[in-house]
Design a protein around this ligand. Structure first.
Ligand code: ADP
Length: 192
């Protein structure tokens, strides 16, 4: 069964929400690098302080910080049986790092799932979320920067997993439960 999954998709594609639901369906933890950074920020930890300025401006937190955090999180016992990674890897360098990390543990990624969403809907959703959640990085100039970073650094990742025959694309439009169903179909074997 599919248990080690990377979830890809632009900011606003619903990755965070869907990662939690999919993790429950697969019985593994959802690991969101953005959520871990935000939690550290809220608790004023040294990690949060290091990440703050990057996040606030819509830029990526440097790899040495992010990679160490992910390595630590993946070594925790609840991730031994699998995981849904949300927000990592986000650069080609992080893909290489994740490969190495899994290799030292003698395991492989099962699948990368890309949530696809029209650009117009992405911006619409992010602005809507800004009103509801008030996330510090959901202001219009920062959203624009995050989308630019996504297009330049993160979008090319899907092709790497496609070349390995490990990419599934899932339509991210529509209601949360509809998207969740498509995601489960991509990850779970048919039930009969
Ligand atoms: P979104 O997908 O909506 O942009 P995330 O919650 O995934 O939001 O990430 C928020 C911020 O956390 C990013 O803009 C970035 O600053 C930082 N971050 C999250 N994941 C990574 C990562 N893998 N590498 C570097 N920075 C990251």
């Amino acid at each position: 069964m599919t248990k080690r999954v990377v979830l890809l998709g632009p900011p606003g594609s619903g990755k965070g929400t869907q990662a939690v639901g999919l993790a429950q369906a697969l019985g593994v933890p959802a690991i969101s690098t953005g959520a871990i950074f935000r939690d550290n920020l809220a608790r004023h930890t040294p990690l949060g302080e290091k990440a703050e300025a990057y996040m606030a401006s819509g830029h990526l937190v440097p790899d040495e910080i992010t990679n160490a955090m992910v390595a630590d999180r993946l070594s925790q016992p609840d991730a031994a049986n699998g995981f849904i990674l949300d927000g990592y890897p986000r650069t080609l360098e992080q893909v290489t790092e994740l490969d190495a990390l899994l290799q030292t543990r003698g395991i492989e990624l099962d699948l990368a799932v890309e949530l696809t969403l029209d650009h117009g809907r992405v911006v619409e959703r992010l602005l809507h979320r800004a009103e509801i959640e008030g996330r510090a990085d959901d202001t219009e100039p920062v959203i624009r920067e995050r989308l630019a970073v996504y297009r330049k650094a993160t979008e090319p990742i899907a092709a790497v997993y496609a070349d390995r025959g490990k990419l599934a694309s899932v339509d991210g439009h529509g209601a949360v439960e509809d998207v969740a169903g498509r995601l489960r179909n991509a990850c779970l074997p048919p039930s009969d």
